[in-house]
Design a binder for this molecule. Structure first.
Ligand code: GUN
Length: 321
């Protein structure tokens, strides 16, 4: 893949795609090597316990992808799929038993949980030593202090993507649209640690385009298909699209995908929907220098970084890091 160093003169124009699949594969191969070494030293494999509650179809797909990645890199996994009626006490019981098991290194509770279960109570109950999602207050507190800890996988994957693509962070104006616990806030902390000047925008930001247009690096995680268009993007910017929105109607496909629209409509005909990010790709490509595609961008990195965090948990728990 081309890196930013190869194209120092590149400013605006047809944006180049940052291929999440290539970088995710590199990260997984690095983890697979670490797993083999760990096996040679400890005669045990790292183990991830993935917990899911209810029948949310998207969550089922995400967890399946995580289990599949474990198989690819040699991490042992357990999939605890609890029925929709599960209450908080039952879920807390399961987490307590996973916390106390010596053979479980990482615990992941797929979000969102059914509305009746308070997510904070559940996240707080995970042993911070096994918090491979980096969602526990202990992990978030350490992250905000710049201390080593488990870092949430999506923002960690974005940093990996930028660094491995030779896109500079230090000294740039970075703007994050969205202030979620999973992406926006930890993303801001990581970019700050890498010496970017960071702005966080959200639903109450006034004149959003005037703010985002200052950004050399724009990260968007708001869950609104194609919301960020040409007016929001500085010429030559790097645009990271974290959105994953299901699109089923032809008008939206035509608005977002331009020359690719027919391929996307064929996907809808086959599967019932196509995935679009929060960025309008046709418009972004007119002004940005780099852009992550959806699908094929950030989502794959999230899973790869979960593998890395699980490997790290297994080493930390045995005093090896
Ligand atoms: N839901 C959306 N993203 C994530 C993630 O990274 N981890 C978990 N556990 N749930 C999610």
């Amino acid at each position: 893949m081309q890196s930013a160093k190869d194209t120092e003169t590149k400013t605006a124009g047809r944006a180049q795609l940052l291929d999440g699949a290539v970088i995710a594969e590199q990260i997984k191969q690095d983890v697979a090597q670490e797993v083999r070494q760990f096996w040679a030293e400890e005669e045990v494999k790292p183990c991830l316990a993935a917990v899911r509650v209810g029948d949310d179809a998207a969550s089922a797909v995400y967890v399946r992808n995580k289990i599949k990645a474990c198989e690819e890199v040699g991490i042992r996994s357990e999939h605890h799929a609890l029925p929709a009626g599960t209450n908080a006490i039952e879920l807390l019981d399961l987490i307590a038993s996973l916390n106390s098991r010596g053979d479980v290194d990482g615990i992941l509770v797929q979000l969102p949980l059914p509305g009746e279960i308070d997510e904070s109570t559940i996240i707080d109950s995970i042993d911070p030593e096994k918090d491979v999602d980096g969602f526990h207050p202990v992990s978030i507190g350490k992250l905000s202090m710049g201390r080593p800890t488990f870092v949430p996988c999506t923002p960690a994957g974005i940093i990996e993507l930028l660094e491995r693509s030779d896109i500079s962070i230090g000294g740039t104006n970075a703007c994050i649209v969205g202030r979620s616990q999973i992406v926006g806030r930890p993303m801001a902390q990581l970019l700050l640690q890498k010496d970017a000047t960071v702005t966080i925008c959200h639903s109450r930001t006034r004149d959003l385009p005037s703010v985002t247009r200052q950004a050399d690096l724009l990260v968007v995680a708001i869950g609104r298909a194609g919301f960020i268009g040409r007016a929001h993007i500085k010429p030559g910017a790097t645009v990271i699209d974290v959105g994953m929105n299901k699109i089923t109607d032809e008008a939206t496909v035509r608005r977002l995908f331009g020359a690719e629209a027919d391929t996307r409509l064929a996907v809808i005909a086959r599967r019932g929907y196509t995935l679009a990010g929060d960025v309008n790709p046709s418009e972004a490509d007119e002004v940005a220098a780099w852009r992550t595609p959806v699908p094929g961008g950030v989502g794959l990195l999230t899973v790869a970084m979960l593998m890395r965090n699980t490997m790290k948990a297994a080493r930390l728990r045995r005093g090896l890091e």
